[in-house]
Ligand binder design. Structure first.
Ligand code: DX5
Ligand code: ZN
Length: 242
């Protein structure tokens, strides 16, 4: 199932509850929360207090993308604030395995994130531990950047590995996912689409989300038709369980 994780980074923070509601009406099913510390990335956003505030205004799962140094220090607080999924950067974790365990221990679903310069191979050992892998298709820190096509090979590679290793992790893509790039992203095998600036715009958020999902489903359907007869019981497009 293809899902839209709308990134509130591009929303109007002064009307956050309304913004989330509009994206949800448009079909968004996950709230993507970009946490930045001004060290790991050259920008500062928000932290657990924002997660706590969101938890009060939506029932949708909160997907926290931690772009911070020393994420272990803050994982318990995100758990208490009501986060459902927490993604940590491979590049920020000295003991990634331990950090993913910590997320799980605090009752959240662990995810690992890779920057454009990091190869998928670095994740082999932890793939069995994660709920999803987040492939960055821009360098993290800012919304509204241009999609980097190098992400497509990584998504395909992760799709193949999932089948080869008999795993169920989901594949999420973040950065520059918009109406003109979404088809390629879906065709490569993505099932969680992060989008910020392509979704949020005054008065058009609901419509933008709906159209982005329509294009995603269209690409997904074409892919399923194209692969009819090729996919056996262990076909290339395994539908991961939740
Ligand atoms: C960037 C963030 C993204 C950002 C995406 O570091 O991780 O989630 O909000 O923004 P768009 O969709 O505008 O590229
Ligand atoms: Zn993000």
């Amino acid at each position: 199932m293809i899902e839209l994780a709308f990134s509130i980074l591009a929303s109007d923070f002064a009307h956050l509850a309304d913004e989330v509601a509009a994206a949800e009406r448009g079909g968004g099913t996950i709230v993507h929360v970009d946490v930045m510390d001004g060290h790991f990335v050259p920008n500062i956003t928000f932290g657990p207090a924002m997660v706590k505030a969101l938890r009060r205004v939506t029932k949708l799962p909160l997907d926290c993308h931690l772009m911070i140094e020393n994420p272990d220090l803050f994982i318990p607080e995100f758990g208490e604030a009501g986060a459902d999924m927490v993604g940590v950067h491979f590049e920020a974790c000295r003991h990634l395995h331990r950090t993913l365990q910590l997320i799980e221990q605090h009752g959240m679903r662990p995810a690992v994130v890779i920057n454009p310069a990091t190869p998928v191979e670095m994740l082999i050992e932890v793939l069995p531990m994660v709920h999803h892998v987040l492939v960055m298709s821009v360098n993290p820190g800012f919304g509204g950047q241009q999609f980097l096509p190098l992400a497509l090979d990584k998504i395909e590679h992760l799709t193949e590995l999932r089948t080869e290793m008999g795993l169920n992790y989901r594949i999420e893509v973040d950065g520059g996912v918009a109406h003109d790039t979404v088809a390629r992203v879906v065709e490569a095998g993505t099932d969680m689409l992060v989008a910020g600036s392509a979704v949020f715009s005054p008065g058009k958020t609901e419509e933008n989300a709906r159209e982005l999902l329509r294009l995603a489903h269209e690409a997904g359907a074409a892919l399923d038709e194209g692969s009819d007869g090729e996919d056996g019981a262990d076909g290339a497009r395994t539908q991961p369980e939740d």
